[in-house]
Design a protein around this ligand. Structure first.
Ligand code: CP3
Length: 343
C-alpha cells in the first residue's frame, strides 16, 4: 500500500479526495521571483539542483497539498537534443525550428545524463519531503515536443507542424519515434530517482489533425508506458491530452495511462459516462476561476466537480496550469473545500 493519497487514489476509490495543482510552483507565488532572480537564464535555473529543490517545495509553504511536482520544464528534452532552447522575457520559449525532411534528427545519442541535476533534485526531494507527500516527475508528450521543435516557438495553430505532418510524414514519425525513446528515458530516470507518479503533458493535442490522433497522441504514450513496464518500472502515469475533446475516449482505453487529466473544457457528465472506468481521473477546475478577487461560484464549481466524480478514482486539480494572476486566497479556499468534502 502506498503512503500517500495520490498513489492510493490512482489505484482505488478512496474516501478522501487528494489535491494538487498544475504549475503550482510557478509565478503566482511571490517567493518564486526571489528564487528565480538567483539565475537569470531559465535553462540554467532548471539545471540548478538547489534552486529546483527549493522551488518544488515552495507551494508547501502556502498550501496543504498532497503532491509536489518537481520544478523543471518539458523543453529540457529539446534543449538536451541541442535545439538551442531559449526563454526570453515576454516572448516565451524560442528554439531553432526544424525543417521538415531536412533537419537531421539526432537519434541514438544519450542525452539523459545532461539532466543529472533533475535526477539529483528528485533524489533529494524524496528524502526531504514527508512520506505522505507524493513526488511527481514529468515530461512533455512527443507530439507537443515536436510542435515546439518544428515551429520554434509557441503558436496559435502550429501550422508549420501540421504542414510537416502532411508533407513529410515519414520524417515526422521518425521525430516522434525518437522522442518516444527520450521521453521514456527521462521518465525512467525520474522514477528511479524517487518519483512516485509520472505525468505526460500533451498541451497541444488539440492541434492534431483528427485522422492522426491515434498515431501522434495515443500510440506514442502507449509505447512509452510499454517501455517503462518492460524495464519493471510500474510507477503510475497520468496523461493530459489537453482539449482532445471526444478523442479522450480512445485515449483512455488505448494509451495505457493509469489516469487521464481532464482540461477545463471537458463536460464532466459526458466524461464520467464515456471515459474508461478502470482508470482514474484528475481535474478539472478552470484556473481562470482562481483569478478574480471575488470569484463567483468558486465553491459551487468545486463542489460540482467533487459530486460528479464521487464514484470514480479521483484527484482534484485544475484543468490547466495556474496562471501568474491566480490568487493564493482562492487556491486556499478550494483546498479547504476539497479537504472537508465527504464522499
Ligand atoms: O509548478 C510548476 O510550475 C512546475 C514546473 C513546470 C514548468 N513548466 C515551469 C515553467 C511544468 C510542469 C512545466 C510544463 C510545461 N512547460 C508545459 C506543459 C504544461 C502546460 O502548461 O501546458 C509547457 C507547454 C511548457 C513550455 C513552456 N515553458 C512555456 C510555453 C513557457 C513560457 C510560459 C510563459 O508564459 O512565459 C515555459 C516557461 C516556464 N516553465 C515558466 C515556468 C515557471 C516561466 C518561466 C519564468 O519566467 O520564470
Amino acid at each position: 500500500m502506498y503512503n500517500n493519497l495520490i498513489n492510493q487514489a490512482l489505484t482505488h476509490k478512496i474516501s478522501k479526495v487528494p489535491v494538487w495543482f498544475l504549475r503550482q510552483a510557478g509565478r503566482h507565488l511571490p517567493e518564486y521571483f526571489n528564487i528565480r532572480r538567483k539565475e537569470e537564464n531559465f535553462i540554467d535555473f532548471c539545471l540548478n539542483e538547489d534552486l529546483i529543490t527549493q522551488t518544488s517545495k515552495l507551494p508547501l509553504k502556502y498550501y496543504n497539498l498532497n503532491a509536489v511536482i518537481v520544478f523543471s520544464d518539458i523543453l529540457m528534452i529539446p534543449w538536451a537534443m541541442k535545439r538551442n532552447v531559449r526563454f526570453c522575457k515576454n516572448v516565451g520559449p524560442t528554439l531553432d525550428p526544424m525543417i521538415p525532411g531536412e533537419t537531421v534528427i539526432v537519434q541514438d545519442v544519450s542525452i539523459i545524463n545532461k539532466l543529472d541535476p533533475l535526477k539529483n533534485s528528485i533524489t533529494r526531494l524524496r528524502k526531504e519531503l514527508p512520506i505522505s507527500t507524493c513526488l511527481i516527475g514529468f515530461a512533455g508528450a512527443p507530439w507537443t515536443l515536436a510542435c515546439y521543435m518544428i515551429e520554434g516557438k509557441s503558436s496559435k495553430d502550429f501550422i508549420n507542424t501540421r504542414k510537416a505532418l502532411w508533407s513529410s510524414p515519414k520524417w515526422f514519425m521518425k521525430l516522434i519515434e525518437t522522442l518516444i525513446v527520450y521521453v521514456s528515458q527521462k521518465l525512467e530516470m525520474q522514477a528511479n530517482a524517487g518519483a512516485n507518479v509520472l505525468m505526460i503533458f500533451d498541451s497541444w493535442s488539440h492541434m492534431i489533425p483528427n485522422n492522426f490522433f491515434k498515431d501522434c497522441a495515443i500510440t506514442p504514450i502507449a509505447k512509452i508506458i510499454e517501455i517503462l513496464r518492460s524495464k519493471k518500472i510500474y510507477t503510475p502515469v497520468i496523461g493530459l491530452p489537453f482539449r482532445a475533446g471526444p478523442c479522450i475516449i480512445d485515449y483512455s482505453y488505448e494509451s495505457l495511462v493509469d489516469c487521464v487529466a481532464l482540461d477545463w473544457s471537458m463536460e464532466l457528465k459526458w466524461a464520467t459516462k464515456n471515459i474508461n472506468k478502470e482508470i482514474a481521473i484528475q481535474g478539472n477546475l478552470d484556473p481562470a476561476s482562481l483569478v478574480p478577487d471575488k470569484s463567483n461560484n468558486l465553491e459551487e464549481n468545486t463542489l460540482n466537480i467533487l459530486d460528479l466524480m464521487k464514484d470514480r478514482k479521483f484527484i482534484f486539480n485544475v484543468g490547466h496550469g495556474l496562471t501568474p494572476e491566480c490568487k493564493i486566497a482562492n487556491v486556499k479556499k478550494v483546498i479547504n473545500i476539497v479537504r472537508s468534502y465527504e464522499r
